[in-house]
Design a protein around this ligand. Structure first.
Ligand code: FES
Length: 108
């Protein structure tokens, strides 16, 4: 079973914003969308090595701040160029107020 890591409580994550969290030494971009859903994806843009958590959240997508690639927070798939490779999507769950992340075994 993949270990789950506690990364904080729900109120630590502002709706409509992204934040980088280090999970077991791995940078993860955690997003709480405007509709209240929490998402966890790899925090490294697949186009170049920059943090996606510094990008803009729009609906269930995040836009990389450097060249404007968009990634689905649900699937990790790029929905806008120049990136063509998906980012890994990690499991995230809420237990009471606690937020837990389980890293995918292997990133794409
Ligand atoms: S580094 Fe993210 S789109 Fe280029």
């Amino acid at each position: 079973m993949t270990p789950r890591h506690e990364i904080g409580v729900v109120s630590d994550f502002v709706a409509g914003a992204a934040r980088q969290v280090i999970v077991a030494g791995h940078p993860v971009c955690v997003v709480r969308t405007g509709d209240g859903h929490l998402h966890a994806i790899d925090d490294t843009c697949t186009h170049a090595d920059v943090s996606l958590a510094e990008g803009d959240v729009e609906g269930h997508t995040i836009e990389c701040w450097l060249h404007g690639s968009r990634f689905s927070l649900d699937t990790g798939q790029p929905t806008g160029l120049p990136a063509t490779v998906p980012v890994a999507v990690h499991d995230i769950e809420i237990d009471g107020e606690r937020v837990l992340v389980a890293l995918k075994e292997k990133t794409p």
